[in-house]
Write a protein that binds this ligand. Structure first.
Ligand code: FAD
Length: 581
């Protein structure tokens, strides 16, 4: 076995791990690795225009393909620019390996040029991180990093490699399966717990399956199992923002998304349920609303691969630490083995029907201005037959997309849920397009968010990626403005998007096609124009400026205290909640 440089070992290890694409940006402390990539020619490197975008592109790639996203950045600002995306991946459980260059080991701690304590800085926003000081350790560390990033609850792992370690030589051999001393995530559930949840479901009168991003993480088979579970138990299904698509929006048991901007029927069902089975969802505050009023009369089962998610915010009656797919497979098997008949949930569905009759997602139509919800519906109507991949930025447009773009398949909806990172959507779309070259990929954006990583238009141009960006342009940071209207007596402090660029000209300057849609009668033709172009297109769709995103549970209010439309509140609010509206 001949010795190789650390940089060559890294590239060979990445190849052994099946890595095809790396998103990155070169700099002094990673030049040996860039040289090794150049000489090897086996890995496609995507040159982004900002390191934050590399991380979001890797997230988009990972979320849409199920494979880990890989990032390569230099020391100092390269690493610190990546921190937002690393934190985003941690919050949303996205498998990602970030390789950062570091100053030579002899200079660490000396305030050397472009030195930052990357391991220290990323300690709290990674699943795990490493500083590799010995080239002989590089191969094993890289393999372990991928194992940790992709197994159990997926997440980001940082490997910081000093420049002298990239240059020094050592032997490398592809290791066998990783057996970590202490890290052994459980995939299979305890049999007794599975029998218990099956019995609970069989006995429940008002069950709800509350599903989340963990079902998507468990792979497409888990989505099939979820449909089977809903079918045999008769239980309605709701999902978090992160789980959309795991159960088809056209499916018979679908209640819509729950939580702050969820549907009335989903939130009321959660409130009135006698049994909530949470599958790969983490009782986030956007979902629970006021904790002491959250689903007050239900017993709660939590199926989650991460033990530390359980009992974090809501008290659980039965905890099942397992992969969502494995757990549901066992539940279906036990249910069938016990020959449980389908429970009679007719009364429950009748109540759900009454809540549905409120048609909480209806919105005021207009012939004069484009309602943003109408724009999303028009986009869905024109594209859903092609099962597009939709990414979003963060804000009102994101919630309107979640509410009005129906997803029937998993891995088609890529959004920044936990961290809520403006600027996520365009690079995520680039990553998704690279992972799915034939797919239609659309970033539904707001005019404020899109500017946070607008430089990535150049990345799409360079790699001939036919990404579409559809901006709902209301000239406001819409979600901020909405909260200011509802809770700060319409004092719109700094939420007006002043001095906006001409997005059509901007698109053209980057070699994209630019389209502007200004009136409702231009909507369908504008979307058709966008779809007809086989290169990247940016659509600037001017929408009603002051439209609000309803329904909405005001922050800190209960599920029964939704604002359905302006001036229509679903239940009695206590004084504390009223103060929040
Ligand atoms: P995720 O973050 O997807 O976490 C997945 C959970 O499943 C974790 O506990 C993890 O340990 C577990 N898991 C991972 N893999 C597996 C596996 N293989 N098997 C089993 N378990 C696994 N969200 C809403 O739902 N409704 C809203 O109205 C809403 N409004 C929002 C508004 C804005 C402006 C923004 C930015 C976000 C909003 N969100 C909303 C998103 C919210 O902040 C959270 O990101 C989201 O609710 C969390 O989804 P989740 O519970 O599915 O968890």
């Amino acid at each position: 076995m001949t010795e190789k440089s650390g940089a060559d070992i890294l590239v060979e290890a990445l190849c052994d791990l099946g890595v095809e694409v790396v998103f990155g940006y070169p700099g002094g402390a990673v030049l040996p690795i860039y040289d090794a990539l150049f000489r090897s020619g086996r890995i496609k490197h995507i040159l982004v225009r900002h390191e934050q975008a590399a991380t979001h592109a890797a997230e988009g790639y990972a979320r849409s393909t199920g494979k880990p996203g890989v990032v390569l950045v230099t020391s100092g600002p390269g690493a610190t620019n990546a921190v937002t995306g690393i934190t985003d991946a941690l919050m949303d459980s996205i498998p990602m390996v970030v390789i950062t260059g570091q100053v030579p080991t002899t200079l660490i701690g000396s305030d050397a040029f472009q030195e930052a304590d990357t391991v220290g800085i990323t300690r709290h926003c990674t699943k795990h991180n490493y500083l590799v000081k010995d080239p002989a350790r590089l191969g094993p560390v890289i393999h372990e990093a991928f194992h940790i990033a992709t197994s159990g609850r997926p997440g980001p792992v940082v490997v910081d490699i000093p420049k002298n370690v990239q240059v020094a030589t050592a032997k490398y051999q592809k290791p066998g399966p990783i057996q970590h001393k202490t890290y052994r995530p459980a995939l299979k559930a305890d049999r007794a717990a599975i029998e218990q949840v099956v019995d609970m479901l069989a006995a429940a009168e008002r069950p709800v399956l509350y599903t989340g991003g963990g079902v998507i993480n468990a792979g497409p088979a888990a989505s099939q199992l979820l449909q089977e579970l809903a079918r045999i138990t008769g239980a309605p299904v709701t999902s978090t923002l992160m789980g959309l698509g795991a159960y088809p929006a056209s499916g018979p048991a679908w209640l819509g998304m729950l939580g702050m901007h969820g549907t009335y029927e989903a939130n009321m069902a959660m409130n009135q349920a006698d049994l909530v089975v949470a599958i790969g969802s983490r009782f986030d505050d956007r979902v629970t609303g006021r904790l002491d009023a959250f689903s007050p009369n239900s017993r709660k089962v939590h199926i989650d691969i991460d033990r530390s998610s359980i009992n974090k915010t809501v008290r659980i009656d039965l905890a099942i630490v397992a992969d969502a797919g494995h757990a549901m497979e066992d539940m279906v098997r036990v249910w069938k083995a016990r020959q449980h008949p389908k429970p009679d949930t007719a009364n429950w569905w009748q109540r759900i029907g009454e809540w549905r009759a409120k048609k909480c997602l209806s919105f005021p139509e207009s012939t004069k201005e484009i309602m943003p919800q109408r724009a999303i519906r028009a986009l869905w109507e024109a594209t859903h037959a092609r099962s597009p991949i939709i990414t979003t930025e963060v804000g009102q447009h994101q919630m309107w997309a979640a509410q009005h773009f129906d997803f029937d398949l998993p891995n088609k909806w890529l959004t920044s849920g936990g961290l809520g990172t403006m600027g996520y959507g365009l690079p995520a779309a680039i990553g998704a397009q690279l992972g799915n070259p034939k797919a239609l990929v659309i970033d539904i954006a707001g005019e404020a968010s899109i500017q946070m990583n607008i430089q990535e238009l150049a990345t799409a141009t360079q790699y001939r990626l036919p990404v579409k960006v559809f901006i709902l342009n209301n000239e406001y940071m819409g979600m901020v403005r909405q909260w200011q209207e509802l809770t700060y007596e319409s004092r719109y402090s700094e939420s007006y998007s002043d001095a906006l660029p001409d997005f059509v000209k901007l698109a053209e300057a980057y070699g994209w096609k630019g389209i502007r849609i200004e009136t409702p009668d231009q909507l369908e033709a504008g979307i058709a124009d966008m779809l007809a172009h086989d290169g990247p297109v940016m659509v600037d769709c001017m929408v009603a400026k002051l439209a609000n995103c309803f329904p909405m549970i005001p922050s800190g209010a209960a599920h029964t205290e939704m604002i359905l439309q302006a001036n229509e509140v679903s239940g009695t609010m206590d004084d504390e909640a009223k103060a929040l509206v």
